[in-house]
Design a protein around this ligand. Structure first.
Ligand SMILES: Cc1ncc(COP(=O)(O)O)c(C=O)c1O
Length: 396
């Protein structure tokens, strides 16, 4: 395998050989910077876990402790929440699952009815739109606006959105695609409105491992017992440790009452359960992957500065802000004066596959989401191609 200097970077040749969506979607002339996967080799403890499983032909139904054979995962989640956030979770309220989007859909189906309102921060991860729209719920858009301190809600705007049939606030923290990490006061406002208007908070915290210096992730369920009691948190090791294809995550109910309400409509069996590769690698990541994560975060930190500094210096018509978390940049290209969408422009003229802004916000045609979790060399190529395309477009 062709490795570069940092020990986890992979060459373009290796990346193109892998059968994943990121490198498989576009032709060989395109550099992909879209779906949330990193172009990095995984932590050694994860790789060793897979190798052991293969060597032992360990492919039976999992028997890893606990009532459902996934006790090691429940324990690793509990320990990680305690060590990272000082959060004491109740193991009986943890529901392991294979797919966090399943967790979003099932929560919306279980805890609201067709026609009910679900509040969603905009712009938002596309499956959140789908989870609300395809189930016949009403999407109530809680817009984030660009400010000097990154993307923020207008203070007081949340309470105004809630109507008589609003049931759920879908929170994404850290936020995809803007990279915001919500501060305590912002989370407290969400919690206060949820309590006053009797709403469930569905908090997707999948990006919580990918935080840069200066920002602090606060699981909203840790703010108070009253907020916890109405919060379902979903998280996994898949983004932080780059194992999305291994399909494993956790849904955590903040109270037994919430869990009972969920299961009354959605028996656990409907969700299936994670397989052994997902369980064991997630446990390896959470228990033994921290050194790797910190090394990767150093590289991502350098990349986010490189991306923003380059854009500010060379492409000042594109507006963006430094993400506080995630490896995703949210780029406003509306001042480029493009005739079509920003995604199509960069695909056609720069041969870069970004995520299309309109998938995150119906008004987002002039935005793209930039996945910068790649080697410095590939990142520089992407930035160079962007600059060339924008300059030749400006020359007409
Ligand atoms: C906010 C958010 N939630 C959920 C997911 C899906 O995670 P998974 O496919 O690992 O369940 C992603 C993937 O990018 C995401 O960004």
């Amino acid at each position: 395998m062709t490795m570069l200097s940092s020990g986890f970077e992979l060459s373009v040749d290796v990346l193109r050989q892998r059968q994943n969506v990121k490198w498989g979607k576009y032709g060989a002339d395109v550099l992909p910077a879209w779906v949330a996967e990193m172009d990095f080799a995984v932590a050694h403890p994860i790789q060793r876990t897979m190798e052991r499983m293969v060597a032992d032909h360990d492919y039976g139904y999992p028997n890893r402790g606990g009532n459902h054979g996934d006790g090691t995962l429940v324990e690793a989640f509990s320990n990680r929440m305690k060590s990272r956030f000082g959060w004491e979770v109740d193991p009986s309220l943890i529901l392991p699952l294979s797919d966090l989007v399943q967790g979003t859909f099932s929560t919306i189906l279980a805890l609201s009815d067709p026609g009910d309102g679900v509040i969603l921060q905009l712009p938002a991860y596309p499956p959140f739109h789908e989870a609300i729209n395809s189930t016949g719920r009403r999407l109530l858009a809680h817009r984030l606006h660009p400010t000097e301190d990154g993307w923020r809600h207008e203070p007081g705007s949340l309470a105004k959105l809630v109507d008589a049939t609003t049931k759920i606030i879908l929170l994404c923290n850290p936020q995809n695609p803007t990279g915001r990490v919500f501060e305590q006061a912002e989370l407290e406002e969400i919690g206060r409105v949820a309590i006053e208007r009797d709403l469930v908070i569905l908090s997707d915290e999948i990006h919580a491992d990918l935080i840069y210096g200066g920002a602090k992730h606060i699981p909203i369920a840790t703010l108070s017992p009253e907020i916890a009691a109405r919060t379902i948190t979903i998280t996994s090791a898949t983004k932080g440790f780059n194992i999305p294809g291994l399909r494993c995550g956790v849904l955590y109910f903040g109270s037994a009452e919430l869990k009972a309400r969920f299961h009354a409509r959605f028996p656990a069996r409907v969700l299936g359960s994670p397989g052994i590769t997902g369980i064991d690698t997630t446990v390896a990541a959470w228990n033994h992957g921290q050194d790797w994560l910190e090394a990767v975060l150093e590289q991502l930190d350098a990349n986010r500065h490189r991306m923003v500094n380059f854009i500010n210096a060379e492409l000042p018509a594109i507006r963006t802000s430094l993400p506080e978390a995630t490896y995703l940049g949210w780029l406003d290209c509306s001042r480029l004066g493009l005739s079509g969408t920003a995604h199509d422009f960069f695909l056609e003229h720069a041969k870069i596959g970004f995520s299309a802004g309109e998938a995150f916000d119906p008004n987002g045609h002039q935005f793209v989401r930039f996945n910068f979790a790649t080697s410095g060399r590939i990142l520089d190529q992407i930035l160079g191609r962007m600059a060339d395309a924008v300059r030749s477009n400006a020359r007409g």
